[in-house]
Design a protein around this ligand. Structure first.
Ligand SMILES: [Zn+2]
Ligand SMILES: [Zn+2]
Length: 333
């Protein structure tokens, strides 16, 4: 058993991660020790590294779409044994006792713990994780392609569900979550309308390849009014645009954890029973359902793979919109 491991460590928001050798963590009661094979990079990691999310523990190993092999299970672990392949998502713990936890809304728990934010995450060779918040992963996905299912997929799925069951779904920002949601929505028999930065023709053709029936710039009007719109890009100015794109009764879902300020809007674009809702985190039930559905819907993930020590380059590529699909760190075992 290794005593130390390579990890990409954040010491101060706004600064680059540093490649360091740190001790392999020890699992406490109820935790697994995982040897990490792949970890997806999420826009939330950017918000953590850039300091837009301000509650990160420091120093921190970011990363919350972790695929790993169980090395050790501490006392109190049920359902996992050494050698199992598991996934660790953003949602890493909850109190289990509050009104939210007891009403099927553990994603809103005030005591929730988030992987790669309040605990060390997956930009490393090993991590520990609360076994009750880990998922078995479906067969048929190599580790690097399974990783984006764990946040892009799960949050995307929850966002799609919040969007209701209408046929015409708009998606603003065509990154990791959008490319998965598009496949799920089209599998459900819906139409996806993709909105990207106006000049991003590569993103628009990627969206069509993934199944979108229409793709255009964020200022364009869709060919017909939408039933819902999901905003994955962290830009508040998209909210009024999305409200104008949905029909009466339409739902605008903000799928990100951070967004720039939303400009003030005339009431008439909200009128007509349009609504705006945010999506916070995920429940374990979302995870189980989505990971069962992904292989049925034949969801495939497009990934750009970076070695662990190139986490900064991968984050920069994501920040600049240069990633097609999802960025994933492969740990190289
Ligand atoms: Zn995420
Ligand atoms: Zn709770």
């Amino acid at each position: 058993m290794d005593k130390s491991m390579r990890a990409m460590v954040l010491h101060r928001p706004g600064r680059a991660l540093e490649l360091e050798n740190i001790p392999v963590p020890r699992p406490s009661a109820g935790e697994l020790l995982l040897k990490i094979t792949a970890c997806g990079i999420c826009r939330t990691d950017l918000h953590v590294v850039d300091g837009e999310l301000t509650e990160a523990k420091l120093p921190l190993v970011p990363g919350h779409q972790i695929v790993g092999i169980v090395q050790e299970s501490a006392p109190g672990v049920e359902g996992f044994t050494p050698g199992d392949r598991v996934g660790v998502p953003w949602f890493g713990g909850a109190c289990g006792e509050c009104d939210y936890c007891l009403s099927g809304r553990e994603n809103l728990c005030d005591q929730a713990i988030f992987t790669g934010y309040q605990t060390n995450g997956g930009f490393a060779e090993y991590c520990t994780a609360n076994s009750r918040f880990c998922f078995p992963l479906p067969d048929g996905y190599p580790d690097t392609q399974a990783a984006p299912l764990l946040c892009a997929g799960l949050i995307g799925f929850r966002s799609l569900r919040m969007a209701g069951s209408g046929k015409r779904v708009g998606i603003y920002g065509f990154g990791a979550a959008a490319h998965i949601v598009t496949q799920v929505a089209t599998w459900q028999g819906r139409e996806v309308y993709a909105f990207t930065r106006p000049e991003d023709t590569a993103g628009q053709s990627f969206a069509r390849e993934m199944g979108a029936c229409w793709a255009g710039g964020s200022f364009d009007s869709p060919p017909q009014p939408l039933d819902s719109a999901i905003i994955f890009a962290p830009a508040g100015e998209l909210v009024p645009l999305a409200l104008r794109a949905v029909a009466k009764g339409g739902i605008v879902v903000c799928g990100g954890i951070h967004m720039s300020d939303i400009p003030s809007i005339p009431y008439d674009i909200l009128w007509g029973e349009r609504s705006i809702i945010s999506v916070a985190n995920l429940t374990r039930q979302d995870g189980l359902e989505f990971l069962r559905l992904a292989p049925q819907a034949r969801v495939r993930t497009e990934v750009e793979i970076f070695p662990l020590e190139q986490a900064n380059e991968a984050l920069a590529a994501l920040r600049e919109g240069r990633i097609r699909g999802a960025a994933v760190l492969a740990t190289g075992f």
